[in-house]
Design a protein around this ligand. Structure first.
Ligand code: F6R
Length: 360
């Protein structure tokens, strides 16, 4: 049933190229002019609000960068348990997006109910028959297939895939990108499943590194731009299944406090593809190394070249800048998985956690 894998989590990590490919084919059919998004007109959207919990919230956090950059629409993100009780004002022209693997998370459902009749509501869910899917004005299934491991993996990347398509559709409807640019970005996005397959072939190296990480009591994750939410996701995944204390920070925030934690005993995992922000992240990395911190740099060949001071390197294939977060989810997942295996914890059923949080 687990297809030769020891755990559901491992099976689901390895399913990602196939499920992502299917999801992207579905949503990108004929350059967005066919398929489920063709029926959704985003030309009148003036603001986007995105609400979710946990890993699904981090998918929203990545999508904020995409929608703001591609469609130039301001995006507010919030965790559902805060959003629902904050009762924020909702402006005309708001599109409210609720992201949930299960579609049953109590706080996310309550936030959706709060927004109904005030905003257009869109659900991005894995379970099309779920409450959140049924109660929203429209639902976009992520097509990840059943996710059994408690730690969300393939649902996260499939959420990212669907939200990337929503960002492209918003850019098209807002006339920010022409049809050729949409096609080009869509094609770039469709390369991600193959790049993820390549990254998965590097699993063995991550396994060795994870044995080392399993000795640590605290681990930091850093990233800039759309890699910042990946740092948060990497830390969440690691703490939930290995029980090692981990925190994710925006690289630029390091000097505003967390740098006080750095010494030889604290591994610092840096997600930094060689994009426009790379140089900035390298200077943050140097600040860490100057204090004896052990940096694990996750980057592409270009980014890793010349970084001889780092403690460990994890090589990713080169990805299109915009869509790199889908690829960098893989080392985040594999590091958490193998660190947990090295510690001997139950990765599919971590203590204190439930797959679907239907109570607040
Ligand atoms: C983390 C994880 C949780 C869920 C969160 C939301 O690996 O699985 O953080 O992402 O409980 O669940 P859904 O997406 O079902 O609303």
């Amino acid at each position: 049933e687990k297809g030769g894998h020891k755990h559901w989590m491992s099976k689901e990590i390895h399913e990602q190229p196939a499920v992502l490919d299917a999801s992207l084919s579905h949503y990108l059919a004929d350059g967005l002019t066919e398929g489920p998004l063709s029926e959704i007109d985003l030309s009148g959207v003036r603001r986007v609000v995105m609400v979710a919990c946990g890993t699904a919230y981090y998918a929203c956090h990545v999508a904020k960068y995409w929608i703001e950059q591609l469609a130039r629409i301001p995006v507010e993100i919030d965790v559902a348990s805060e959003y629902r009780y904050r009762e924020p004002p909702i402006e005309d022209g708001t599109l409210a997006i609720f992201v949930s693997q299960s579609g049953e998370t109590a706080d996310t459902l309550a936030a959706l109910r709060y927004c109904k009749n005030q905003a257009r509501t869109l659900a991005v869910v894995n379970v099309p028959t779920s409450s959140i899917a049924r109660e929203a004005d429209a639902a976009l299934p992520i097509l990840a297939g059943a996710e059994i491991g408690v730690a969300s993996t393939k649902a996260f990347t499939c959420q990212l895939a669907v939200l990337a398509c929503v960002a492209l559709k918003a850019a098209a409807d807002k006339n920010r990108l022409g049809p050729e640019q949409i096609t080009a970005e869509g094609e770039a996005l469709r390369r991600l499943p193959a790049l993820i397959s390549t990254a998965l072939r590097g699993e063995h190296d991550l396994e060795a590194l994870s044995r080392n990480l399993s000795e640590a009591t605290d681990i930091l994750f850093l990233g800039r731009g759309a890699m910042y939410p990946l740092a948060l996701e990497g830390a969440l995944k690691l703490k939930e299944i290995s029980y090692i204390h981990a925190e994710g920070y925006a690289s630029g925030e390091l000097k505003h406090g967390p740098i006080a934690l750095i010494d030889e005993s604290v591994p610092v995992i840096v997600f930094a593809p060689s994009d426009a922000l790379f140089g900035k992240t390298v200077s943050n990395m140097q600040e860490v190394m100057a204090r004896g911190g052990r940096v694990v740099l996750v980057s592409d060949r270009e980014g890793l070249a010349g970084q001889s001071e780092v403690w460990a390197k994890v090589e990713m294939p080169h990805a299109p800048d915009l869509w790199a977060p889908l690829l960098y989810a893989v080392p985040a997942q594999l590091l958490a998985y193998h660190t947990a295996i090295a510690k001997g914890t139950d990765v599919d059923q971590p203590r204190n956690l439930a797959k679907s949080v239907t109570v607040e």
